[in-house]
Design a protein around this ligand. Structure first.
Ligand code: 3PG
Ligand code: MG
Length: 397
């Protein structure tokens, strides 16, 4: 990988409009941000630009609105949170690009911030459309990418925009790329990973690559339901992804071929709804009205064994619906056990993913990991040595 283009520390940024692509894709429950890690992480960078009297124009996405305006996925609620953290004026623009956004980017004063609306409200974002990116670039004079977690997406605000404006890799982005590259080169064996969460198809794809590097792969979370179903068990009303059979078979075959142990849940916590009582069940007792919402005790013990056997561990994706106490034991125990072994047995522990970081914070284990990345997919893809489109465009040619 080539060196990344960095902004010269001594460059005079006064009155310059800096387009800062950040990742404010934070978990929101009933209109409230439940984890501010991503916002907190990028705050010092914004502060630095404010100190340099730049005008900061923030671009981000939230969720997957698929090119349509979706009020529930507006970035508006983030503006007051940012304003509070920054102690500087943060304006919000209802448009994510176009004449109003450009006008406002010129209107704000030096040291002020303009947060643009969710860039994914436009379908051109995900199609990496040239003209869209060109108009987007008009909201600034310099572009800085601090959204490592979005750099695996060939989207307009990450890739195409760099063709139209002087563009740089941000400090945090560079740091994150360096740490992950270092970890892949020097990982002590046995290396294991615990993969979970609900963005199933994206992760199942990556698993195919992980089997070559890992001695053990543990599957938890909603994506484990696919494996449980594949084993012939009823998964009731649980979340699972359709038409993944071939991919599953392929992963199981690859695990065998690469001598990689595949661990899937052997017992689960189910409930009839989020509100109803949680119940521990072996796989063969799940009925048609059950929803799998966490892993069970035997599964947790099996994961403990894996963690004890590992010298390096990656964790991406919670084990269950940890936001609700009665479904949080799996994720809580994984976080605690990794913390314990990192502190007492010099386990190298790497965690990544918005939800995973939220879980780690919730269980007060954020100081128990060797490295915590706020990225999900980008984190895993980089660990696999893939070339990320958003990083490639920032390499010095
Ligand atoms: C993430 O949360 O992983 C990033 O914000 C990227 O989001 P995406 O997976 O919807 O592209
Ligand atoms: Mg993701």
């Amino acid at each position: 990988m080539g060196k990344l283009k960095a902004l010269d520390k001594n460059l005079n940024l006064a009155d310059k409009r800096i387009i800062l692509r950040v990742d404010l894709n934070v978990p929101i429950l009933e209109g409230k941000v439940t984890d501010k890690s991503r916002i907190n992480k990028v705050t010092p960078v914004i502060k630095e630009f404010i100190k340099k009297k730049a005008k900061v124009i923030i671009i981000s996405h939230l969720g997957r609105p698929k090119g349509k305006i979706n009020k529930k996925l507006s970035l508006k609620p983030i503006a007051p949170i940012l304003e509070n953290l920054l102690n500087s004026k943060v304006y919000f623009c209802n448009e994510s690009y176009g004449p109003t956004a450009i006008e406002k980017s010129n209107e704000i004063k030096s040291g002020e911030v303009l947060l643009l609306e969710n860039v994914r409200f436009n379908k051109e974002e995900e199609t990496n459309e040239g003209n869209f990116a060109k108009v987007l670039s008009k909201t600034g004079d310099i572009y800085v990418n601090e959204a490592f977690s979005c750099s695996h997406r060939a989207h307009a605000s990450v890739c195409e925009i760099t063709k139209h404006i002087d563009s740089y890799a941000g400090k945090l982005l560079s740091e994150e790329v360096n740490v992950i590259n270092m970890l892949t080169d020097n990982a002590k064996k046995p290396v294991s990973c615990i993969i979970g969460g609900s963005k199933i198809s994206t992760k199942i794809g990556i698993l195919g690559n992980l089997v070559k590097k890992m001695q053990t792969i543990v599957i938890v979370g909603a994506m484990a339901n696919n494996f449980i179903k594949h084993k012939g068990h009823n998964i009731g009303k649980s979340l699972f992804e359709k038409n993944q059979e071939d991919l599953l078979k392929d992963i199981i075959k690859k695990c065998e071929a690469n001598n990689c142990k595949l661990v899937i849940p052997e017992d689960v916590i189910v409930a009839k709804s989020f509100e109803s009582e949680a119940e521990l069940k072996p796989l063969n007792k799940i009925d048609d009205t059950d929803i799998i919402l966490d892993i069970g005790k035997n599964t947790i013990n099996e994961i403990y064994k894996t963690i004890d056997e590992s010298k390096t561990i990656l964790w991406n994706g919670p084990a269950g619906y940890f936001e609700i106490e009665k479904f949080s034991a799996g994720s809580n125990k994984i976080a605690k056990k990794i913390t314990e072994n990192t502190k007492s047995k010099s386990l190298t522990s790497i965690a990544g993913g918005g939800d995973t970081v939220a879980a780690i914070n919730k269980f007060s284990c954020s100081d128990g990991f060797t490295y915590i990345s706020t990225a999900g997919g980008a984190f895993l893809e980089l660990l696999e040595g893939k070339i990320l489109p958003g990083i490639k465009v920032l390499e010095i040619k």
